[in-house]
Design a protein around this ligand. Structure first.
Ligand code: GLC
Length: 422
């Protein structure tokens, strides 16, 4: 065949152009624990192969307070370094101006998630994030040790304290050095806000700022709850908890050095990994009740969403990856491999997920009634509100203040932050 050279060259160009239809490189934030990163990378790579795009993953700081600072800096500078970011349940109102409104792209996918989470991700009618997983605070306990010492799972903090004291003394006497009754997250960061809100709400002490904007923290229940927790430090909990985040507590508990641990669902998969010293020895329950008229079990509501950087030059491809990552296939795999609670009601009927995570069905009520932090009502001011709360709590835990004084002073500080309106 004798094709004129010019025509041949043109045909080649067209063919090359079609095959290489502009491939995008999408950078996605993937989470911070090792198995989480692995699973995230696997799925992101599968999406890249299928769509012909390229994916880069990056691991944001595990401490959400540090991650928020990083994102505020990046997005404030309109950086395009990261296309898809992971946002905490308390951030939509803080980062809203820098996040793409996903509504135009989702084709109704948001209707497959729990409406309350979609609502939380919607700011002024803009859908700024798609839910990835939902969190609630849980009590992890050593089934074997409770049985050995003839105790049952505590229903009140007082029972938890008594059991922790008894078993801590017995295990230490039996030669388990560095054994502790209870570990939780009390470093000065967002995680302490989550722990302390559980103590306060469990004493009927409200949610720091109520949904109608009332500053409620200065009350006897809240003060009593903080004083109770201060009493644990150096007795049933190591002084070191004042500097513990989630992974520090998991390390101690997984090593067999604690009876009780407060943590989120992700810990379940890691505690039961084949090489975990406590594999098969752990139970999960609702957190204990406090004292007083409004006493109840309270778990802080948490969870993470994927959101698209508004300045991303590849918004369309980024949303495509985001929808795949928040879709049923990836959420199911993450639930089984990493015990991340799905945000899709349909997945709660899935037998494989239920088998891997019995607590998801057993503790449905804990998730359904989880207590939200006051991020919606305080909007952009939430980070200051939360920091003031965790600072006040940290002072009480470090025995630098009594609960009553700390909550009174905190009320004054929150008034200043509110300045008339939230
Ligand atoms: C978990 C929760 C998140 C919370 C954080 C605190 O990641 O999902 O909502 O802010 O813990 O450390």
């Amino acid at each position: 065949m004798n094709i004129p050279l010019q025509k041949f060259a043109l045909a080649l160009c067209l063919a090359a152009g079609a095959a290489a239809s502009p491939a995008a490189t999408i950078t996605i934030a993937c989470g911070s624990t090792s198995n989480e990163l692995e699973v995230c990378k696997k799925h992101a790579d599968a999406w890249a192969r299928r769509t012909g795009n390229e994916v880069k993953t990056f691991s944001p700081p595990a401490n959400p307070t540090e991650a928020l600072a990083l994102y505020r800096q990046l997005l404030g500078a309109r950086s395009t370094d990261v296309d898809i970011i992971l946002i905490d349940a308390v951030w939509p109102g803080v980062l809203k101006d820098h996040l793409l409104d996903l509504k135009a792209y989702t084709k109704g996918a948001e209707n497959e998630h729990y409406p309350a989470i979609i609502q939380n991700n919607t700011v002024n009618g803009r859908l700024v994030g798609m839910p990835w997983y939902v969190d609630a605070g849980l009590l992890y306990y050593r089934k074997d040790l409770l049985a050995k010492h003839g105790l049952s799972v505590p229903l009140t903090w007082a029972e938890l304290g008594a059991g922790a004291k008894k078993i801590q003394a017995a295990e230490r006497a039996a030669g388990v050095k560095d054994f502790h009754g209870f570990v939780f997250q009390a470093k000065a960061y967002e995680g302490l806000t989550c722990n302390a809100l559980e103590w306060v709400a469990s004493w009927g002490g409200g949610t720091i700022v109520e949904p109608d904007g009332t500053i409620s923290i200065n009350n006897a229940g809240a003060a009593g709850a903080l004083n109770m927790a201060a009493g644990w430090i150096g007795s049933i909990a190591p002084i070191g908890v004042l500097n513990y985040g989630e992974e520090d507590t998991r390390g101690v508990f997984q090593n067999g050095q604690a009876l009780y641990m407060r943590n989120w669902p992700y810990a379940w998969a890691l505690l039961n990994a084949p090489d975990s010293p406590v594999n098969g020895k752990v139970g999960v329950a609702a957190l204990p009740r406090g004292e007083g008229a409004g006493a109840k079990s309270a778990a802080t509501l948490g969870g993470w969403q994927l959101a698209v950087n508004r300045y991303s030059p590849n918004a369309e491809a980024a949303v495509d990856l985001l929808l795949y990552m928040t879709g049923p296939v990836v959420q199911k795999d993450r639930a089984i491999k990493g015990s991340f609670n799905p945000t899709r009601p349909a997945l709660y009927g899935d037998a494989d997920i239920a088998r891997a995570n019995p607590f998801m069905a057993n503790l449905r009520e804990v998730f359904a009634n989880a207590v939200a932090r006051p991020s919606t009502v305080t909007g952009l001011k939430y980070p200051s509100v939360s920091q003031s709360f965790w600072d006040a709590t940290h002072d009480v835990l470090s025995k630098e203040a009594q609960g009553e004084d700390a909550t009174r002073r905190l009320e004054g500080k929150l008034r200043l932050i509110r300045r008339g309106q939230w």
